[in-house]
Design a binder for this molecule. Structure first.
Ligand SMILES: *Cc1c(COP(=O)(O)O)cnc(C)c1O
Length: 392
């Protein structure tokens, strides 16, 4: 089928919720992808942080194929080996105590919000269900996670939203100002992703963790984008020197298959008991086998290279001195680039994609989330496209 024919069918039969690039990706290997006509693209987007080990990694493909040929699904009415091994690996490598598996980031965040409200209900009874979230945050597209999201543009049309969210600036003063006796938790992204790749101040995060301990609020960290090695450690909180009560994950966990969920600490392991929470596809054997392969590929050595790769990309981009771009920021391979006054990030993004470099926008800038396994040669190819396309 030609691209034009596909596009026509999409517009006729698919609800038009996405502003798509006029590109139909067909296949690839690592961070190198090809469209239907065989044109090559370098992937600096990972399908929005999902392709943590790139496309068609041989170990990932073998694990998925093997599990698909054995057992694709059986429900959580039975034990299966992959999700149990995955929970063990995630807990061992993060210092958390237990895992819950669902399908998406929003579902992971819904889970930690339910966890916090149930914890608080068990300890203190009703009236303590408010969760503080931060300005400029993004937590998902369900009615509840939209309510948790700290950006007004997401609070339209779908009224009534879930109540019980209050917004603060990322400062301790601001959090204390909005705090009341009705608060049970604080939910934060340590590096705000969709909001523009803004890392929170270390001092603020440490003080926030302390405040949470003092008030018995749960510290909930949304690691949907920052998790699974993206920022240079398995979870971002490991670099901030705090241990959350719960953290959600999704995007990169299963390397391209849908999986999300959350981890909890010892204090919260029994908050959600039988019947309190669930998900039909949660812990699905094929997705869990994929995630096990991802964690196997992303060993300590591979994750330790993430910071160097990020520094290399940022250094090279800043050294280009392109008039349309400003400073870079971020952690590891989660990179934000300011767009200079007079230029539109959407327009630069469209030009780069068209020129063969898949990248993203975030806030008013550009955002890069390459596969964590990207090679030096692929990075250099991508950088050359960026330089060539944005010069002049
Ligand atoms: C992408 C994202 C989500 C939503 O994940 P979905 O899988 O689309 O539900 C939530 N939080 C953060 C920080 C994200 O980046």
């Amino acid at each position: 089928m030609t691209f034009e024919a596909l596009k026509e069918l999409d517009s006729q039969y698919v609800i038009q919720t996405y502003g798509r690039n006029p590109i139909a990706i067909d296949h690839g290997q690592g961070a190198t992808l090809y469209d239907l006509d065989g044109k090559e693209y370098i992937d600096f987007s990972s399908g929005i942080g999902v392709l943590s080990v790139g496309t068609a990694h041989p170990k990932w493909v073998a694990a998925v194929a093997e599990q698909a040929g054995k057992l694709a699904h059986i429900s959580n009415l039975y034990y299966t080996q992959p999700y149990i091994q995955l929970a063990e690996k995630l807990c061992t490598r993060s210092g958390m105590a237990a895992a819950f598996f669902g399908n998406s980031g929003a579902e992971g965040n819904e889970g930690v919000i339910k966890l916090a409200r149930k914890y608080s209900f068990d300890q203190y009874g009703e009236g303590r269900g408010t969760v503080i979230t931060l300005n400029n945050s993004f937590h998902g597209r369900t009615i509840t996670t939209l309510a948790a999201t700290g950006q007004d543009v997401f609070h339209q049309y779908f009224f009534p939203f879930t109540e019980g969210f209050r917004r603060a600036q990322p400062t301790l003063d601001s959090v204390q100002e909005v705090a009341g006796h009705d608060v049970c938790a604080v939910l934060v992204e340590l590096v705000q992703g969709e909001g523009g790749v803004y890392p929170l101040e270390r001092q603020f995060v440490r003080e926030l963790a302390q405040l949470c301990r003092e008030r018995d609020w749960l510290l909930l960290v949304d690691e949907v984008q920052t998790g699974v090695g993206r920022t240079g450690s398995l979870f971002c909180f490991q670099q901030y020197g705090v241990q959350p009560d719960a953290c959600s994950f999704a995007k990169g966990i299963a390397g391209g298959l849908p999986m999300g969920g959350f981890l909890v600490n010892e204090k919260c392991r029994n908050v959600l008991g039988p019947g309190a929470h669930g998900s039909t596809f949660g812990g699905n054997p094929v997705c869990a086998a994929a995630a096990l392969a991802v964690l196997d590929i992303l060993d300590d050595e591979t994750i330790s290279q993430v910071k160097e790769k990020g520094d290399y990309l940022r250094g090279q981009i800043e050294a280009m001195g392109l008039p349309c771009l400003g400073k870079t920021r971020g952690m590891g391979l989660m990179i934000g680039i300011d767009v200079a006054q007079g230029y539109s990030n959407k327009e630069l993004y469209a030009r780069l994609n068209q020129a063969g470099l898949l990248c993203l926008t975030a806030g008013s800038g550009l955002r890069l989330l390459p596969p964590l396994t990207i090679t030096r040669a692929e990075m250099d190819k991508g950088l050359a496209i960026l330089n060539r396309t944005l010069t002049g």
